[in-house]
Design a protein around this ligand. Structure first.
Ligand code: ZN
Length: 227
């Protein structure tokens, strides 16, 4: 039997909005980060426990309540505030999301570690790199780990995040998609923030060839987005 890969990466669909949460970590050191723990925090903790993995940090792609916790479309989502009440973890989010997070999530500043693009966190011996990908929100970030990209609501399979929301910026989103993410190696595996497609993962190469939002010039993108 082949040895299990050292990278532990589990995709879990949670909540009524087809969100994906992730557990990402080092199978040898039995430590993982939890990404976008908003819905069903208890269930996500149980998944990690069943896998004999200890959650040592919480990473957040962006402040929207379906990724962080808060109130959204009539749902009260316990999210990161519940997580920090149950486990001794900090919540890592881009520095420009912190003012929004304070408003929506019930987290205090001592729960939060503000990040910048290019920062890395060690989970076990595994390094997770933060990419700042503004557009959907000012501080949206993606996580790059061992050739895998956890993309939040910046890049979806065949689509991209909305940029008509308060705090969104269509031009920033175009740059994040067409400069930052498209520059990643083709074989990078894409793990999006929602289960909106007919499959649950893709690659940067496949998206570069087929995703219309990675194929438009800036001016075309802006007129398509109504900018
Ligand atoms: Zn969002």
């Amino acid at each position: 039997m082949a040895a299990e890969p050292r990278l532990y990466l589990r995709q879990v669909e949670v909540g009524p909005m087809q969100n994906f949460a992730y557990l990402v970590g080092d199978r040898e050191k039995r430590e993982c980060a939890i990404v976008d723990a908003a819905w069903n925090v208890e269930g996500l903790i149980e998944v990690a426990e069943r896998d004999d993995m200890k959650i040592t940090s919480a990473l957040v792609t962006h402040f929207h309540p379906d990724h962080l916790g808060g109130t959204m479309m009539g749902h009260s989502i316990t999210g990161a505030a519940e997580l920090v009440g149950r486990l001794p973890v900090k919540v890592w989010m881009h520095k420009s999301e912190v003012p929004f997070a304070n408003r929506v999530s019930g987290l205090s500043n001592s729960d939060i570690v503000p990040t910048e693009g290019g920062d890395e966190i060690l989970v076990g011996d595994l390094s997770i790199r933060f990419l700042h990908t503004p557009g959907h929100t000012p501080g949206s970030q993606c996580f790059l780990v061992d050739g895998n990209l956890v993309s939040g609501d910046t890049l979806f399979i065949g689509a991209c995040g909305r940029c008509d929301l308060p705090g969104s910026n269509a031009e920033d989103l175009w740059r994040s998609l067409n400069q930052t993410l498209k520059a990643l190696p083709e074989e990078t595996v894409l793990f999006p923030g929602h289960n909106y497609a007919d499959r649950t993962t893709s690659t940067i190469g496949a998206e570069s060839r087929t995703n219309p939002y990675l194929r438009l010039r800036l001016d075309q993108f802006l007129s398509m987005m109504g900018g």
